[in-house]
Ligand binder design. Structure first.
Ligand code: 57M
Length: 363
């Protein structure tokens, strides 16, 4: 909105031209989102605590060894979603498909997560795993259809390290998009089990995707790096910077000992949003590496559950690969302290982010 307003005002006062720059709008989106979230969360925590108190007072889904966390409220992701919706409609260009794509993703996945979190507070259980997955597939299908209809990208997947090497998926692109969104949404959800872990790794991943979006949206840089040029993709850099502001502010309150958790409303939505940006900037493989921590956590669950079931069937007794899945619980069982695990996994995430950027130039 600001872009269009400033464009009109610049006819009367030329300094308003500065709003045309993606870098300037990104910078103010960052500050805006940071201050909105950092000051809203304390008020929100009080509100959510009241909701908990009127329904028994404790978080029902806490780990046995996280006894002290049972009074920590959830639902914090709702503040992130609202701040990002504001960023999308205030700072992004409304004559491109991107603010609408972002809004659809935030609202659909936010609604699924919210329903689950809310039900966990007001009754014993959230929605069943099967229903949640079905809803995620339905939401991802809507988002994928929106991308295919309104975003000017092809249906190829561009392989890393190979110049001009792409696989045409044709109608299967829809399936690819849906699977990526659902997988990413669940991977971030599984990672969200220690204070600051998921939001920290999301920050590094989003920083990479925001940078890639800037390059992909610029014809000269895209051409120079042999990455697909995606008109106006730079608008997503603004969203990414808004996310960095909002996410850092959330981390302020979510760092150990957390005052609030993001809840499924946060984790499912952030995962979906990351995948959507990766899809429209044609950087799925960069995303696999930059967001590698999420996929490692997911893989740890798949392998653990698979091995457990296999050994149970074969030997009558279930065996484990890790002491507990997802991976961060394994380190807890090894006796590492929570902040130690979180900071070390952030370090892994930063390293993966840097490694993923090298894929841009190595072609
Ligand atoms: C939800 N929820 C957190 C918080 C957060 C298939 C199986 C591996 C599924 C998995 C699972 O259910 N994962 C998804 C994870 C929970 O956090 C809430 O949930 C939101 C995210 N969805 O925002 O609202 C707890 O995590 C802790 N937490 C923090 N700080 C944070 O900033 O400390 C979260 C955010 C919170 C809090 O304690 O209550 C969670 O972990 O429960 N299941 C598991 O992860 C279970 N693993 C398991 O059963 N492993 C088995 C194998 C065979 C599957 C094994 O290895 O033997 C663990 N989860 C629970 N208990 N609840 C194990 C123990």
């Amino acid at each position: 909105m600001l872009y269009h307003l400033a464009l009109w005002l610049s006819h009367y006062f030329s300094p308003f031209n500065v709003f045309q720059y993606i870098s300037f709008r990104s910078f103010i989106a960052f500050l805006f989102a940071f201050f909105v979230v950092v000051f809203t969360i304390p008020l929100f925590v009080n509100r959510v605590k009241q909701l908990y108190l009127s329904h028994g007072g404790v978080l029902r889904e806490y780990l046995d060894h996280h006894e002290e966390k049972k009074f920590t409220p959830s639902l914090g992701g709702l503040v992130l979603i609202v701040s990002l919706l504001l960023v999308a409609f205030i700072f992004m260009r409304l004559d491109t498909p991107y603010p609408y794509l972002v809004a659809i993703t935030l609202v659909l996945f936010g609604a699924i997560g919210f329903l689950d979190d809310f039900l966990k507070i007001v009754r014993k259980d959230g929605i069943s795993a099967k229903t949640k997955l079905a809803l995620q597939f339905a939401a991802a299908a809507v988002v994928a259809l929106f991308i295919m209809k309104f975003v000017p990208i092809d249906t190829k997947i561009h392989l890393p390290l190979l110049k001009d090497m792409a696989i045409e998926l044709g109608p299967f692109y829809f399936l690819w998009a849906v699977l990526l969104i659902v997988a990413s949404s669940n991977a971030v959800n599984l990672t969200d089990g220690l204070d600051g872990l998921a939001i920290g790794a999301s920050l590094t991943t989003m920083a990479v995707l925001g940078f890639v979006a800037y390059l992909a949206g610029n014809y000269i840089y895209a051409h120079y790096l042999y990455i697909p040029y995606v008109p106006f993709a730079g608008e997503l850099t603004i969203l990414a910077l808004g996310f960095l502001g909002a996410g850092l502010a959330f981390l302020w309150h979510n760092t150990f000992p957390a005052k609030i958790f993001m809840g499924d409303v946060g984790s499912l939505t952030i995962g979906a949003l990351l995948a959507v940006i990766a899809l429209v900037t044609k950087s799925e493989f960069i995303f696999f590496l930059a967001g590698g921590l999420f996929f490692i956590e997911m893989l740890s669950v798949i392998l653990q559950v698979g091995y457990f079931k296999y050994t149970k069937k074969r030997y009558g007794e279930g065996k484990r690969i890790l002491l507990m899945a997802p991976l961060h619980h394994h380190f807890e069982k090894l006796g590492w302290k929570e902040p130690q695990i979180v900071v070390r996994l952030w370090i892994v995430s930063i390293l993966l982010g840097i490694a993923s950027l090298t894929l841009l130039k190595l072609r």
